[in-house]
Ligand binder design. Structure first.
Ligand code: ANZ
Ligand code: ZN
Length: 826
């Protein structure tokens, strides 16, 4: 029969598109390029609804660009390194590689079912040696440029299993080992870091160059956390200098104690014998907590007096030195002057331990009484109890005091960032090995470029030790030094997988440019001509959860590559759109344990990919996400069946003979152009839900007109062709099928996007007379069919009418649509 059968037409068109190379990538200098990028998936096993929700609207937007004359690049790949593969290997005794590639195979099949315009010819898989040899190449470049360095850094460590733990292996508020329940401790290991902090300012300023959601920009700015202030040198009573960082140098006279981070190097030196035991116990307890717990503002303040004292350089006062875990070693200098009157954390601490609270900033009108909480305004008030600075308005105070500190050599202006250097070492096997060799003679020796990739062994043994199998793989670990030829050892840590995903959008441009060949220091990771054509990314789409990590790392990466002369632009992605999250029918996050997971394959099997695509785009604004609604999918399915009916099924031939009424033709023409304009604007702004609603309205009109003489007219033909074109980005298969059924031989996806004519879209206006007590007082210009309520309220709002009813009560309003409004007052 000739019913709409997605199970038949979808695989058919997917096959034809592939055979005809419809989405093959060509660098065509004649057309403007558009690089549409969606965040690459992790090959976890099956493609889930979240992938469909992220990818199919991205595809629709890319297809729309293409129909607007752009040469569109819409690549796909796999972010294929990471811990789940390693866990699966331990559980099932198979190599992570096997597990990963089997998943990739399955997911490729599922990705093809979407009918997306993926550029499969440029696929990239981050765990391919041909890929990660370049990841390693970048590491070496960064190392040479002084952007990669090695330093002691804490890891979570289980003292009972004797192993490092990944973040997800640390459980509970007491932070215990997932396997044995022992409380986790921090241990210092030598690890590799990237100097992202060198770019802190530029990472803030660069946000002005890109069209990204404000929310993401704010998150990045907060993450970088730039603070201006001063460093001031205090001294301990024994004479050791202690530098503190403060954003409020104007409160120096209110410092009533000092707090060191428990890890601060001077702690042991200032601690008196009486306080020794308590201080050591506190240090051990603090070492177990992570930063988020320690700095939480609602955490009860804890701390210990060291017994030592410091001298405040501005007034030579002697103040006690405490240690407390709310002061972090990794920020500022790891030491603070505590000003309880004007800093809430210090206030709570002083209250708890009975320390002096001295006000040094008055209220806006000189108020200087005791405080019930810290007074922290930087806008209002004056310096008080501050010697020569008394009376200085707080707005200019920090600047003045800093200048004075510099003059007197007591301190200097300083900028601090919350951002830390990027720790890339992972004590894991399933990642790109760090290409470094340690030689007892030569020290740290980079692996020569020509020897890349440093390959992961295929025969590593996976035991649930929690330690990298690379450490126990003699063939991998023990090597000759590339410099002196003596016995040496490889680095056995691998790189953070965010490193792999920092440059995948460059790899897509021409992946595996030199597959299987030796690479050199002066090679390029991708074909520079192709890069010149496609880069940077024009539109990036993906989840908000990547706002700080991935999206910041990839920006850093690009700036570093620019400084290395590898790219010639500053920002990797010019536009960004964050989609929302699709939830289970219960409105909760989909998860296996909740049992509310929707398997897209089931729905594709039942309704076809076009319906699932359209449904996901129809449920609401894309950026909001929302719950999966099994009944609403029927509505979209019905729409497609109706479109099929309108286009494919014969109408009444008798109607084709009759002359269509001018009014109906005009109504269709108007609706048609209104729909084009609306859908165009909506898709351009990722409002797929309202675009689909507009298509449904147009189709409803066509359904009605099919029973009238409009059916079969030239305009009718134009309308159904246009509807199919408008549907093509969102519903690629059915529109291709219908397009061909109308007699076309070229793909619908190669057609130009229809152009809406605002003149034709304009509503006609008619005059409605407005009377007050039966006398004509004014008139309204409205579109035909305007409803009664609208006419009434517009009439009442007219100035002339207001004048005539002034002070009187409106008793009744009589409305005759398209004709008149009569307002009865008295
Ligand atoms: C005295 C002071 C008085 C402060 C006052 C604030 C208000 P942001 O804005 O986040 O940069 N601080 C400095 N180093 C710290 C560390 N390692 N751990 C915890 N706190 C630290 O915060 C800077 C302020 O946080 C600094 O200014 C310091 O407290 C504290 F009325 O110094 B302030
Ligand atoms: Zn050597």
């Amino acid at each position: 029969s000739d019913r709409y059968n997605p199970q038949e037409i979808e695989p058919k068109w997917q096959k034809i598109w592939e055979e005809e190379g419809l989405y093959r990538t060509v660098e065509d200098p004649e057309r403007p390029k558009w690089y549409a990028l969606t965040m690459l998936p992790y090959p976890s096993g099956d493609l889930h609804t979240g992938h469909w929700y992220a990818f199919t609207p991205s595809d629709a937007a890319a297809r729309w660009r293409r129909m607007n004359g752009y040469n569109v690049f819409f690549p796909i790949g796999f972010d294929a390194f990471g811990l789940p593969a390693e866990n699966a290997a331990i559980k099932h005794g198979i190599h992570p590689k096997e597990w990963t590639y089997a998943n990739i195979e399955r997911m490729r099949r599922q990705l093809r079912q979407m009918g997306a315009m993926w550029a499969w010819d440029r696929e990239a898989i981050t765990c391919d040696p041909e890929y990660y040899k370049w990841t390693q190449w970048f590491f070496l470049k960064f190392y040479e440029a002084g952007l990669a360095y090695r330093e002691y850094a804490p890891v979570d460590w289980c003292p009972s299993c004797n192993t490092t733990l990944a973040r997800e292996q640390v459980w509970g508020e007491d932070r215990h080992c997932e396997r044995c329940g022992t409380p986790v401790i921090k241990k210092e290991l030598e690890q590799w870091k990237f100097r992202i902090t060198r770019y802190a300012d530029e990472l803030i300023e660069g946000l002005n160059q890109i069209d990204w959601p404000e929310r993401v920009k704010v998150m990045q700015i907060n993450w970088i956390g730039r603070s201006e202030g001063a460093e001031v040198t205090f001294h301990t009573e024994q004479g050791d200098p202690v530098v503190i960082f403060t954003t409020r140098p104007d409160t120096l006279w209110g410092a009533t104690f000092m707090v060191l981070a428990p890890e601060h190097l001077l702690v042991d030196k200032v601690t008196t014998p009486e306080q020794w035991e308590e201080v050591q116990a506190y240090k051990a307890a603090a070492a177990r907590l992570d930063e988020i717990t320690r700095t939480a503002t609602d955490k009860e303040k804890t701390g210990v007096f060291t017994g030592g004292y410091a001298i405040n350089p501005v007034n030579n006062e002697r103040i006690p030195i405490w240690i407390a875990d709310y002061v972090m070693m990794g920020y500022g200098t790891g030491a603070i002057m505590a000003v309880p009157a004007h800093d809430q954390r210090d206030f709570e601490f002083a209250q708890k331990f009975g320390l002096e609270i001295r006000r040094v900033i008055s209220g806006p009108n000189g108020e200087d009484g005791p405080l019930t909480e810290a007074y922290d305004s930087k806008e209002e008030g004056f310096m008080i109890n501050s010697g020569p600075f008394d009376g200085t308005p707080v707005k200019e105070a920090a600047k003045k005091v800093t200048a004075w500190l510099e003059e007197t050599g007591k301190g200097k202006a300083a900028v601090n960032y919350r951002l830390r250097d990027w720790l890339i070492s992972r004590q894991r096997m399933w990642g790109a090995p760090i290409p470094i060799i340690y030689c007892p003679q030569c020290g740290t020796v980079p692996v020569p470029y020509e020897e890349l990739p440093v390959r992961l062994p295929d025969d590593a043994e996976f035991k649930p030790t929690g330690e990298s199998p690379l450490k126990y793989h003699a063939g991998f670990r023990y090597v000759k030094c590339p410099r002196c030829g003596g016995d040496a050892e490889r680095e056995t840590d691998t790189m953070d997988t965010f490193m792999c995903s920092s440059w995948y959008h460059y790899a897509y441009v021409s992946p595996y440019w030199k597959a299987g060949e030796t690479i050199h220091a002066d090679d390029m990771p991708w074909d520079p001509e192709k890069g010149e054509y496609w880069l940077p990314v024009d539109q990036y789409t993906g989840g908000i959860e990547h706002a700080t990590m991935h999206l910041l790392y990839t920006r850093f990466f690009t700036k570093a590559l620019r400084d290395l002369g590898i790219v010639n632009f500053d920002e990797p992605m010019l536009r960004l759109f964050n989609q929302g999250t699709i939830l289970g029918p219960d409105g909760e996050k989909m998860s296996k344990s909740r049992g509310n997971v929707v398997n897209p394959d089931d729905y594709v099997g039942k309704y076809g990919a076009d319906t699932v695509r359209g449904y996901l785009m129809f449920i609401g604004p894309w950026e909001l996400g929302g719950p999966w609604d099994p009944s609403a999918i029927e509505g979209v399915s019905r729409f497609l069946h109706r479109v099929w009916h309108v286009v494919v099924e014969e109408g009444d031939p008798a109607q084709q003979e009759a002359e269509p009424a001018g009014e109906e033709l005009r109504a269709l023409e108007r609706k048609l152009h209104q729909t084009i304009l609306k859908v165009t604007d909506d898709i351009a702004n990722f409002r797929f839900n309202t675009a689909i609603a507009a298509m449904m309205e147009l189709n409803n009109l066509l359904l009605r007109l099919k029973e009238t003489p409009v059916y079969g007219s030239a305009l009718w033909q134009e309308a159904i062709e246009t509807l199919i074109l408008l549907m093509a980005p969102i519903f690629p298969h059915i529109s291709e099928e219908l397009w061909h059924r109308l007699g076309h031989t070229e793909s619908v996806h190669l057609q130009r996007w229809p152009e809406g004519d605002p003149e034709k879209a304009r509503e006609e206006e008619i005059t409605v007379v407005v009377q007050v007590n039966g006398k004509v007082r004014d008139k309204l210009l409205v579109s035909p069919g305007t409803d009664k309520a609208t006419l009434e309220s517009q009439a009442l709002a007219l100035g002339n009418v207001q004048k005539w009813i002034d002070g009187k009560q409106v008793r009744k309003v009589i409305v005759v649509p398209d004709r008149l409004v009569n307002i009865v007052v008295g």
